[in-house]
Design a binder for this molecule. Structure first.
Ligand code: FES
Ligand code: MG
Length: 598
C-alpha cells in the first residue's frame, strides 16, 4: 500500500486525471460512468488505488500465449491483494508460425498499438504478458518508450516434447525432419506426426529459440521476477509467479520504479553476455538493439561481438545443446546462468531489477543444481559461443552464431592448415524463398559440397518484416549423398530454433542498396571468421559496373505491398543491425510524462 515514504502518492497517480479530476468534471464523469457500467465501483476507480493494465497477448490466434487467458486471473488476484485495480486489454496478436508474410512484421505494429494504449488510457502501471517470439520485444520496446512502471510475465515454455525416449524440441525438429522428408526417409504424414510430438502442452517453444531467449533476456535485463522466464507453462509455479508479478506491479507504482531505471547500458551489456551463454537466438540482437534504441541506449552489433563472443556456452539446451525447457528450469533456469557468469566477473551485478533488488542479490545461492544441463563456467559446452559480427565489401554487418558451428561443419569448411578460420566457395544466389524453392534442385546451378548458398531480398524491406529463410538446405541430390548442410549467407533472418551456423541479418539489405544485390551465381566469396570478414573476390571496377547496371534498372526489385501496414513499415523501417525499428518512433522517450493526452 501507499506510504508517505514512497515517491508516488495517491493524489499524484496519473489515473486520477481520468477518474478524479475536479478541474475537468465532464472528463471524470464520462470515464467513471462508463467503467462503472459493468460493475466497477466508484471506490475502485477514484479513491487513489493504482490502476494496473494487463497487456493480454493470449488469444485463439496466438496459441503460444493462449494460457495467459487463465494466468492473468492470478495476476489480477495479486494486483487486488496489493491494493491495485487490474484492467486487462488485448495486445495486437503475434503468432510466429501462422502470421504471413512473417510475424516480425507485427512486432512494430504491436509496439505502436501498445504505446498508444499505455499513453492514452488511465493506467498507472502495466503487466506485460509475453511468450511467442515477437510479443516480448514489442512489449519491452513500448515499456521503454512510454516509461510507466512495467513488469514482464512470461507464459513459459511448453513441457518437453518426446518421441519414445527421445526429446523432441519445437522448431528444431522441423529443420531436422525436412531433410528426412527431402531425402525420402519419411513421408508427409510421418513428418506431421513427428512435428506435433514437439508441442505437448500450452506454452511457447521449449527449445532456446527466440521465445525462450527473449523471455530470458527480459529477466536478464531485470524486467521480470528472478527465475520467472523459463518456468514451464503448465507448472504450478507459473501461476504462483503470475500472482507475485501482479502484486509487485502495484508496489512498483508506489516506488515510481520505471523502465528507464532498469533499462540502462549496463543492463543491455548483461543481456548480451547472458544471451551468449544461453546459445540464444540470432533474432535476439535485432530485438535487444531495438529495445535499447527505444530506451535511448547506444548498442550495436560490435557490442555483441566485443562483449559476447568469448562467453562460453553454459545452457545445454537445443538447438545448441541436448535438453529442453523443463530440464533448464529444474537446473536453476536463468538465475543459475547469471550466478555462473557473475562468479566469473562477466556481469554488472549491481544493476537494479523489477523487484527493487540488484541482479547479484537476486541470484545469491542459486547455483546450478544440474551441471550437465547448466554448465559451470569452467566446464562449458563450447568455449567462445557468442555472435561474431562480420563485415566486408557486401554489407556493413552480418551475424554468425558460433555456438552452433558443428564439428562436421568445421571439418568440411574450416580445415585449412594455413588458415583454419577461413574458407572460399562459389555462390548460388536466390532472390527470396520462392525463388529458392523453385530452383534449388536445378542442376544448371551446379551446386556441390563447397557451394555457399546466398539468400537476398529477405530483409525488412525486401520481404516485409524480414523473412526467416536464410537457413537453406542443400539440393535433395546432395542430401541423399550425405551432405546435409552448406554454408548460408543472407539479408534475412533465420528461426532461433535452427542449428544452422548461417551468416545472416546482413545489413544493409539488397533492397535498400546493400552489396548482396550485386552478387551473381558463380562468383567466389571468401569467409574469414578470424578477421570477421566476408568478401566477394571481384575487383572494385567490376562491382562498380554492376552497381551502375542495377541503378539503371531502377535498383533491386522486390514484390509489391500487400497491405497498408506493409507499405507504411517499409517506408520507415531501419535495417536489421539497427533493430528493425521504425525510425520516427525512436526519438520518443518518457511518453507517459506527457500525459494526460491533450
Ligand atoms: Fe510461438 Fe515458438 S512458435 S514460441
Ligand atoms: Mg521464428
Amino acid at each position: 500500500m501507499s506510504d508517505s515514504n514512497y515517491p508516488m502518492t495517491p493524489d499524484k497517480l496519473r489515473s486520477r486525471w481520468w477518474f478524479d479530476n475536479p478541474d475537468h468534471p465532464a472528463t471524470t464523469a464520462l470515464c467513471i460512468e462508463r467503467y462503472m457500467n459493468y460493475g466497477m465501483t466508484l471506490e475502485e476507480l477514484s479513491s487513489g488505488k493504482p490502476i494496473i493494465g494487463i497487456a493480454q497477448s493470449g488469444s485463439d490466434l496466438t496459441p503460444c500465449n493462449r494460457h495467459h487467458i487463465e494466468l492473468v486471473k492470478r495476476v489480477k488476484d495479486g494486483i487486488r491483494a496489493a491494493g491495485g485495480v487490474p484492467f486487462e486489454f488485448p495486445l495486437h496478436p503475434i503468432h510466429e508460425n501462422a502470421r504471413r508474410p512473417t510475424a516480425a512484421l507485427d512486432r512494430n505494429l504491436a509496439y505502436l498499438g501498445l504505446v498508444e494504449v499505455l499513453h492514452g488510457y488511465p493506467l498507472d502501471g502495466v503487466v506485460l504478458t509475453t511468450g511467442c517470439d515477437k510479443t516480448t520485444p514489442a512489449c519491452l520496446m513500448a515499456a521503454a518508450t512510454v516509461n510507466i512502471p512495467a513488469i514482464v510475465l512470461s507464459g513459459g515454455p511448453m513441457l518437453n516434447g518426446w518421441r519414445g525416449s527421445e526429446r523432441v524440441g519445437s522448431g528444431t525438429i522441423i529443420w531436422e525432419l525436412r531433410k528426412r522428408l527431402a531425402a525420402g526417409d519419411i513421408d508427409y504424414e510421418e513428418f506431421l506426426s513427428r512435428a506435433t510430438d514437439s508441442a505437448p502442452s500450452v506454452g511457447h517453444c521449449n527449445t532456446m529459440g527466440t521465445a525462450s531467449t527473449m523471455n530470458s533476456m527480459a529477466e536478464a535485463l531485470g524486467m521480470s521476477l528472478p527465475g520467472s522466464a523459463m518456468i514451464p507453462g503448465p507448472y504450478k509455479e507459473r501461476s504462483m509467479i503470475a500472482y507475485q508479478t501482479g502484486e509487485r506491479s502495484v508496489a512498483m507504482v508506489w516506488e515510481d520504479m520505471r523502465p528507464s531505471e532498469i533499462l540502462t547500458r549496463e543492463a543491455f551489456e548483461n543481456a548480451i553476455v547472458v544471451c551468449s551463454a544461453l546459445g540464444g537466438s540470432s533474432n535476439a540482437p535485432i530485438h535487444i538493439n531495438a529495445i535499447a534504441r527505444h530506451a535511448g541506449v547506444e548498442l550495436d552489433n560490435d557490442d555483441w561481438q566485443r562483449l559476447g563472443h568469448e562467453i562460453p556456452l553454459l545452457a545445454n539446451v537445443m538447438p545448441a545443446g541436448a535438453y529442453l525447457g523443463e530440464e533448464f528450469h529444474r537446473a536453476g533456469g536463468v538465475p543459475a546462468v547469471i550466478h555462473e557468469l557473475l562468479g566469473a566477473g562477466r556481469l554488472h551485478g549491481d544493476v537494479v531489477t523489477v523487484n527493487g533488488r540488484s541482479l547479484a542479490t537476486n541470484v545469491q545461492g542459486r547455483e546450478t543444481s544440474d551441471p550437465e544441463v547448466i554448465r559451470r563456467y569452467d566446464n562449458p559446452l563450447v568455449e567462445h559461443a557468442g555472435f561474431i559480427n562480420l563485415k566486408g565489401n557486401l554489407f556493413d554487418s552480418a551475424l554468425m552464431k558460433t555456438s552452433v558451428i558443428s564439428r562436421e561443419f568445421r571439418r568440411r569448411f574450416l580445415n585449412d592448415a594455413d588458415d583454419p578460420n577461413a574458407f572460399e566457395g562459389k555462390v548460388a544466389v536466390f532472390d527470396g524463398s520462392e525463388d529458392y524453392h523453385a530452383r534449388i534442385d536445378d542442376p544448371s546451378l551446379a551446386i556441390d559440397e563447397s557451394t555457399i548458398l546466398v539468400m537476398r531480398g529477405a530483409g525488412p524491406v525486401g520481404h516485409p518484416g524480414g523473412a526467416e529463410v536464410v537457413n537453406m538446405q542443400p539440393p535433395e541430390a546432395l542430401i541423399r549423398q550425405g551432405i546435409e548442410s552448406l554454408p548460408c549467407l543472407g539479408d534475412g533472418r533465420q528461426s532461433g530454433t535452427s542449428g544452422s551456423p548461417s551468416i545472416l541479418n546482413a545489413s544493409p539489405e539488397a533492397a535498400t542498396g546493400g552489396g548482396l544485390a550485386l552478387l551473381e551465381t558463380g562468383d567466389r566469396i571468401r569467409i574469414d571468421l578470424g578477421r570477421g570478414e566476408v568478401r566477394v573476390l571481384i575487383d572494385e571496377a567490376e562491382l562498380e559496373a554492376r552497381r551502375q547496371r542495377l541503378a539503371s534498372q531502377g535498383g533491386y526489385a522486390y514484390p509489391d505491398h500487400q497491405t497498408p501496414w506493409q507499405e507504411i513499415q517499409r517506408s520507415m523501417v531501419e535495417p536489421l543491425d539497427r533493430g528493425m525499428t521504425l525510425e520516427p518512433a525512436t526519438k520518443y522517450r518518457d511518453v507517459a510524462r506527457r500525459s494526460p493526452p491533450r
